[in-house]
Design a protein around this ligand. Structure first.
Ligand SMILES: *Cc1c(COP(=O)(O)O)cnc(C)c1O
Length: 466
């Protein structure tokens, strides 16, 4: 007798009728979408305490899908942070545009793996289109390659690996084959104000933390161009389009010229700020960044695409592909088509470029440009209103970030604490030139001037209680 075992559990799942539960999921999602503008921005202590309903052992038997959805909706939704609402200004986050959310639902049903073209022609095609569009939108050198990764952290890693290998190759050393142990020294130059993910990436890729040349930043958070040391062809230079506190942009024009002449590799961390290049009015902020060698950015911040959307861009396609590519007996390459795994660390992954495509389609060039403009204009408005209630704004609001202080460290911290507990808005702390500050990041398309008025009124009320 041939064994034809059938699991009763799986047989049930195979015969499952999706209609009811997909409708229920849709209903709950719509409930959330329709209430997120008015819900508490940060969950109440009671709603967080109620998460203890999840503290149960995994049962032996399957749980009905409706019950899973009920539990998520009844307890999970209330313990979310209303990041997709209009009054979340923490970190640098961004909401989710309708075009991307609705398209993502459809694409979740496809569940495509873009590793190779042969695994998903649509995913390969859309990545190719997104690469082309991004290069045009950001005014990057023709032929620049893009890899679609989970976020800037990974994008920075991919770019720095491409840069590291490229530099070592130019020094006559094949690090992919020979490893790092006997490699020539790489000179890493970066701003002391570089994002922490840049320091993390340098440590992951074997360049460490202790032998970096840290250049001071000016009072706006930009690298002091005149303090950058002599560069050469062993140099990896890291610049920034959008300091995470101040939103400041480095002086790419003069620095990239010097770096190009010296044969250094320049990487630009533009997690949220690189999008300035897609707006005629703000493109001056990124002027000259097109002379860099690699760039990293997020689509889940300024662009308001869903999470899990970072992009690595590299002028030297071969250097990125050489650092990322892999081979194997079962790999099936389609000549002339895009095999996405050649551009990222992962082989299997979400076909996430589809999110970016849908988001860009939903905005158009003009919508994207106006999104950048609105975020900036609202950040300036927010800053002015905060000044009018007696708070200090410590940076020039060149993009979407505002650094705010209330007299001293203690009062500033107390104010942040009160704001976070209020449920009316949410923003976080940072430190700036040795002082405690609060940081406002205007990053969602949803925020209106009325929302800012509501926030400023609440901040004023809380400030008066300190
Ligand atoms: C957010 C951010 C990062 C890290 O990006 P993730 O998408 O969170 O990995 C890096 N650099 C800057 C300037 C950022 O704002």
């Amino acid at each position: 007798m041939k064994n034809k075992y059938v699991s009763p559990i799986l047989e049930n799942i195979r015969n499952y009728n999706f209609n009811g539960d997909m409708e229920l999921a849709g209903k709950y999602a719509l409930d959330y979408i329709n209430s997120v503008n008015s819900m508490r921005v940060y969950p109440s202590d009671e709603d967080i305490a109620a998460l203890s309903v999840f503290d149960i052992p995994l049962g032996d038997e399957p749980t009905p899908n409706a019950e899973i959805l009920d539990k998520l909706h009844n307890y999970g939704s209330k313990a979310t942070v209303a990041q997709t609402g209009p009054r979340y200004f923490g970190f640098v986050c961004g909401g989710i545009l309708p075009s991307s959310l609705s398209a993502k639902w459809l694409m979740d049903a496809w569940d495509q793996n873009p590793a190779m073209f042969v695994m998903s022609p649509i995913a390969g095609k859309i990545e190719e289109i997104c690469e082309k569009w991004l290069v045009e939108l950001l005014n990057l050198p023709k032929g620049t390659a893009a890899g679609f990764v989970s976020g800037s952290s990974t994008a920075i890693n991919c770019a720095l690996l491409a840069g590291r290998n490229h530099i070592l190759k130019n020094l006559g050393y094949n690090v992919s084959a020979a490893g790092l142990n006997d490699a020539p020294k790489i000179k890493v130059v970066l701003s002391e104000g570089a994002h922490s993910t840049v320091f993390k990436a340098l440590s992951i890729i074997g360049l460490g933390q202790e032998n970096l040349i840290k250049v001071p930043m000016d009072e706006q958070g930009c690298i002091c161009a005149d303090k950058i040391p002599e560069l050469d062809k062993s140099t990896l230079l890291l610049l920034q389009a959008g300091n995470v506190n101040s939103g400041g942009f480095d002086d790419f024009k003069s620095i990239c010229k010097k770096a190009n002449e010296a044969g250094a590799w320049v990487h630009v961390d533009g997690a949220f700020g690189l999008w300035a290049a897609a707006s005629e009015e703000f493109a001056h902020l990124t002027e000259g960044m097109e002379y860099a060698d690699s760039w990293s950015m997020d689509a889940h911040k300024t662009l308001n695409a869903p999470y899990d959307n970072g992009v690595v861009l590299c002028k030297h396609r071969d250097s990125l592909v050489n650092a990322m590519h892999m081979t194997g007996g079962y790999i099936q390459i389609t000549e002339g088509n895009r095999d996405s795994m050649m551009y990222t660390m992962e082989m299997s992954r979400r076909a996430r470029a589809l999110d970016i495509w849908a988001t860009l389609m939903g905005l158009g060039k003009r919508g994207l440009s106006e999104l950048v403009k609105e975020l900036h204009t609202k950040a300036v408005y927010f800053a002015d209103e905060l000044k009018s209630i007696g708070l200090s704004v410590l940076n020039d609001v060149v993009f979407n970030q505002v650094i705010v202080r209330y007299e001293d460290d203690e009062k500033t911290k107390k104010l942040i604490d009160a704001i976070q507990k209020s449920g009316v808005l949410w923003l976080g702390p940072s430190s700036w030139q040795g002082n405690a500050v609060m940081r406002v990041s205007v990053c969602s398309y949803k925020t209106t001037y009325e929302d800012i008025d509501i926030c400023v009124k609440e901040i004023k009320r809380l400030k008066e209680q300190i």
